[in-house]
Design a protein around this ligand. Structure first.
Ligand code: ADE
Length: 245
């Protein structure tokens, strides 16, 4: 997967892309991240990339020409590139969005700054993505979130560290509780069932706890998830024992 990042602050990407799993994925060529400075496409001696908003108002707006020139330069060389604008006005990033994007070969992430980008930039992007209902100082951190969420779905990136198929969200549920040694810490014990070695019982316990956690914390997710007959039985058991129904 190749990412082309259009940004005014390419250096913001360096350390996150050098460390840990993403660092290794870059090193092994499983992902490539090209950092492109929008300023390189700005004109004039001062290479200005922002300006005052027409109609007045606070803050500065990113000018359309440098961004659009940057997008066109990438698309002229790689027509298959999907162009995505990072903005709080975009559609929410969800696991299924990351899965869809992970199928692509090349993605260009456009990072806005200041109070936003000139509206005409929108005519040159395929989609707009928000990483959540809050406003960041710019699209860079959001773009890193998108890169991370996609990269770990690319075969080979997680290696034997784990499979993304069991993640929270990938089956529409939050993940079950996990424990490691010691067996007891300040009086808090690891659930007995996990020490039993009985894989079937452990699987069932994990599934029930995943259902419980999702029901307690994210009932909205549960409402969207189709439960198997076994899940429904576990869920009914849960509801029965909770005393609320
Ligand atoms: N830029 C600023 N805030 C953002 C957000 N929440 N998601 C994506 N891009 C952004």
């Amino acid at each position: 997967m190749i990412f082309d990042i259009l940004t005014l602050f390419p250096e913001m990407f360096l350390s996150p892309l050098e460390e840990s799993i993403l660092g290794k994925a870059c090193e092994e060529g499983l992902i490539t991240v090209n950092l492109i400075n929008i300023r390189d496409y700005a004109e004039g001696r001062h290479r200005v990339t922002d300006d005052y908003p027409y109609g007045g108002g606070k803050g500065m707006i990113m000018k359309p020409e440098p961004i659009i020139r940057g997008i066109k330069a990438i698309r002229s060389q790689h027509t298959e590139t999907r162009v995505i604008l990072m903005t709080p006005q975009g559609s929410p990033l969800r696991q299924e969005v990351a899965k869809r994007l992970a199928q692509l070969s090349r993605i260009c992430l456009v990072c806005g700054r200041y109070e936003g980008v000139d509206e005409r930039v929108r005519d040159f992007v395929h989609e707009e993505i928000s990483i959540g209902d809050y406003v960041l100082t710019g699209g860079e951190v959001a773009a890193l979130v998108v890169i991370d969420a996609i990269a770990r779905l690319i075969p080979g990136v997680l290696g034997d560290k784990g499979s993304s198929e069991e993640d929270s969200f990938s089956q529409g549920l939050l993940e079950y509780p996990q424990y490691t040694r010691p067996r007891e810490f300040e009086g808090r014990k690891v659930p007995e069932v996990l020490l039993s070695g009985d894989h079937q019982t452990i699987e069932q316990w994990r599934r029930r706890e995943a259902l419980r956690r999702t029901w307690e914390r994210r009932p909205d997710l549960l409402a969207k998830t189709e439960l198997s007959k076994e899940d429904q039985e576990l869920f009914d058991e849960l509801k029965g024992s909770s005393g609320t129904r």
